[in-house]
Design a protein around this ligand. Sequence first.
Ligand code: 4AD
Length: 464
Amino acid sequence: MDYFKRTRISKILLENAVPLNQNIIVLGWVRTIRESKGVAFIEINDGSCMGNLQAVLHDPTKFPALEKILTGASVRAVGKLVESPASGQKYELTVSEFELVGEADQTFPLQKKRHSFEYLREIAHLRPRTNTFGAVNRIRSKIAYAVHEFFQERGFYYIHTPIISASDAEGAGDLFRVTTLDLTKPPMKDGIIDFDLDFFGSEAFLTVSGQLEAEIAAMALGDVYTFGPTFRAENSNTSRHASEFWMIEPEMAFAELEDDMAIATDFLKYLFQYALEQAADEMAFFGQWIDKETPKTLEHVINSEFVRLPYSEAIKTLEESGENFEFPVKWGIDMQSEHERYLTEKVFRKPVIVYDYPKDIKAFYMRVNDDGRTVRAMDVLVPKIGEIIGGSQREERYDVLRDNMISKGLNPDNYGWYLDLRKYGTTPHAGFGLGFERTLMYITGMANIRDILPFPRVPRWAKF
Ligand code: 4AD
């Protein structure tokens, strides 16, 4: 077949790079068909861009394949590209050969009306063929590329951290277990399950973060980043939490919290700028159909200086706000989304980096400040979403780290390798984690993380 000789519709509509009046092959799926005055008009979409190409079949009786073609069918059209006399489209295809590749019958669920996002989640195998989910998938790919571009341009090395891990990097305990033991009759020893007999000879989990392994790499390569899937078994049924999501985690040797904040700021701005410039078509679609404010919000963030605010001041601001928060505010609380949004949306109206959090609410690896009760943690909060980045300067002092582990109930013997990094050539170092889906929610204006993940995994849902 001549499939590889096809012309992508993006090349026609976005790049304007296809000469007129020469035969081309177009392959795609039928969006709509209509006939008028003895001419058939078929809208074809091939997934390469937002736009459809209209195929015009003069004298439909010459094309027997037409009889079998319904919305959703895949087709092959050969013809000449011409300027379209119709308004609203620049080109159309005057078809000379037309073939059905794969039939779709009347039960094809995507008809020409607006389907709810909830319904489309039930048919995640077909939803990429809608305008919205085509755009989400394309922008996901483009922003993933931008992530690599940002770090590679700055000399960071991309490292792959394991998906199966024996440690709870965040110490939060929201882990999915990986086991081959027979759960109906696990081997027991002294009244507890004997994980010695499990596949890895110890307990194993799906990773919640690649950070600890990224630190190993940073202590050898300098500046590194990970970009991979992470898993959390928290039972948070919110529009911003997924059980499987992708995270980008840069880690920098010889860096402190201020360096971390600077890179995080540049990184977010870079991604937003990239979306506006390199995915202009999709962004126009999201601005028109999903959230009119989105492009403006991104421009605003790109042009804003991010506020840097110590946690203690953030709490004071919230306490003095007179607002009636659902979760009461006092020093020591883990800020809730309502607090984060109040700061970014009402007080500052731009992104805010809150730093120096109470030690007790943060992970064991964060560097302890001289006051002994706060750590060098930072969260980047953005209007509408709240936390989008979490990061910190890491504790590089062996004894302090060990004490911290013990006070948080972790057994230092399980983290010998992590402690060793502090024993042999330790350096100040820092990093952060950016949730890829939360970033895409922000860029697209899509309100639910389930509509950003091609196949979302959330409590009680792992279909497809
Ligand atoms: O703040 P978190 O838990 O930080 C870490 O995992 C650190 N190890 C990062 C580091 O310093 N290298 O998560 C980082 C980001 C959050 O800011 C959020 O954007 C995203 O990951 N995130 C989630 N996204 C979707 N669903 C969830 N359940 C998420 N939990 C965190």
